[in-house]
Design a protein around this ligand. Structure first.
Ligand SMILES: [Zn+2]
Ligand SMILES: [Zn+2]
Length: 178
């Protein structure tokens, strides 16, 4: 049942996005922010940079210092997930809840494939499903909860805060690198 959504055009992916950032080059976050049309929490955020033939945004990142020209291509939505949500568990693919391959809104993305396994036991995911409040203490009321395709819940108050923070950083990174 692997979902091959993200395996496009032979893109290479290094695992997690915490790569060495060569001195003097723009950090990954700033580069990512410079190529995203950030909207509201429920809107799709189009990637304005390069895209694969099937519509996934990507960016190339150097893996070593300036003398070392090795680069990897990172998928923009996977970078979004890792920058704003957390490391993508090994072997999982990032699914677009909105079915829009060019969208990089972190709240529209989720890792899939091992879900059934996770729900069978007393795992972190199963415990999360039993929680009544998010990690920041907001209650999971129907009004304050997005229910994702896999049953996972997302706190709307936190999603809004996250979007506000992303917009703030984007403004900051634009004004400081202009
Ligand atoms: Zn979307
Ligand atoms: Zn919350």
């Amino acid at each position: 049942m692997p979902d091959d959504d993200t395996n496009t055009d032979g893109d290479e992916y290094m695992g997690h996005v915490h790569l060495t950032v060569p001195p003097g080059s723009k950090p990954l976050l700033a580069r990512w922010l410079g190529k995203v049309d950030v909207g509201g929490a429920e809107e799709c955020w189009p990637w304005t940079g390069a895209r694969t033939s099937v519509g996934y945004g990507f960016l190339s990142v150097r893996t070593g210092d300036r003398k070392d020209n090795r680069k990897v291509t990172l998928q923009a939505h996977r970078v979004a997930y890792e920058l704003f949500i957390g490391p993508i568990p090994d072997g999982l693919t990032i699914d677009h809840l909105c079915r829009n391959p060019n969208c990089v809104n972190p709240t529209h993305l989720e890792p899939v494939t091992m879900w059934e396994n996770l729900m069978r036991g007393d795992t972190l995911t199963a415990r999360k499903a039993a929680q009544t409040h998010c990690v920041h203490g907001h209650e999971f009321t129907p009004e304050n909860t997005y229910v994702k395709a896999n049953g996972c819940r997302l706190c709307k108050a936190c999603a809004r805060d996250r979007v506000r923070e992303i917009k703030r950083r984007q403004r900051h990174s634009r004004s400081s690198t202009a």
